[in-house]
Write a protein that binds this ligand. Structure first.
Ligand code: ADP
Length: 248
């Protein structure tokens, strides 16, 4: 008699099917939009003025597809290996300051972003991935806090760990959704997220990167008041300290 547990393989299959359905669904809307524009442009009766106007509208659905494909590729890479490819001491204060500048140059944000780097601790990790964590958390804080938004990014010591936190005074998150936010494509308001350039993959990416850095994402939120997303790391000696220790 052969007994085989098919529950886990069935679950995997369902997850895979669900994932493919989600990706197809995400791509279908911008593709339909682009297709619609192309049909009108190629209509002989369309005026040059209308054609030019429609060409200008291509950018939005195209950049939505590009963001989705880039996030999907990154997530696949992260899932393919649990170990970090290259790991070294990362100066988080500088990394956070750079990430804030990057986000501000990409998105015009009318609100205020305050950076509070109280710790000078370094962490062991991959700079590119830790930068991606900052960018994703900051982009969300911008996306889900209104024009009156005030965001604070902090790097501070917490007992034997160092904490990165991003706090916003935005919409907040209902308690019942907190556990689901890092699921791929989970969004509280799908159209609201899409309209603001979200792919639904940002926090899934953050979760994977943090796991590889021996950390995890924590969320505290109050509806209509705002949210704090934070994670803690084990600090390491920075390169100058290592040199001083070995010299001494
Ligand atoms: P998205 O691209 O939709 O922002 P994410 O994976 O980054 O996808 O986030 C998942 C969902 O979590 C978002 O769609 C939103 O509903 C919620 N969310 C994330 N960050 C915040 C925040 N700072 N304030 C309120 N809701 C948030």
């Amino acid at each position: 008699m052969l007994v085989r547990d098919i529950t886990s393989s069935n679950r995997l299959l369902t997850m895979r099917q669900q994932f493919v359905a989600n990706v197809s669904h995400e791509l279908r809307t911008p593709l339909t939009v682009v297709n619609g524009y192309l049909e009108t442009i190629s209509d002989e009766t369309a005026s040059d003025e209308l054609r030019l106007k429609l060409i200008g509208k291509f950018a939005s659905p195209l950049s939505r597809m590009q963001a989705l494909v880039e996030d999907l590729l990154l997530l696949t890479q992260l899932e393919a290996s649990t170990a970090l490819a290259e790991s070294r001491e990362v100066d988080m204060s500088t990394l956070i300051t750079n990430a804030v500048e990057d986000v501000q140059s990409l998105q015009s944000y009318p609100g205020q972003i305050t950076v509070r780097c109280e710790s000078e601790q370094y962490v062991l990790g991959t700079e590119k991935e830790l930068h991606s964590v900052c960018i994703n958390l900051l982009s969300n804080a911008i996306r889900y806090s209104g024009t009156e938004g005030a965001i604070e990014v902090a790097w501070s010591d917490h007992r034997d760990r160092v904490r990165l936190s991003v706090t916003d005074n935005g919409s907040g998150i209902p308690n019942e959704y907190l556990d689901r936010l890092t699921e791929r494509f989970f969004r509280i308001d799908v159209s609201g997220s899409q309209a603001r350039g979200g792919t639904g993959l940002g926090l899934a990416i953050v979760k994977h990167i943090l796991k590889r850095h021996d950390s995890e994402l924590c969320i505290e939120s109050e509806l209509n008041r705002g949210s704090t997303f934070y994670c803690e790391f084990k600090p390491v000696l920075n390169p100058a300290e290592i040199e001083a220790t070995s010299a001494g």
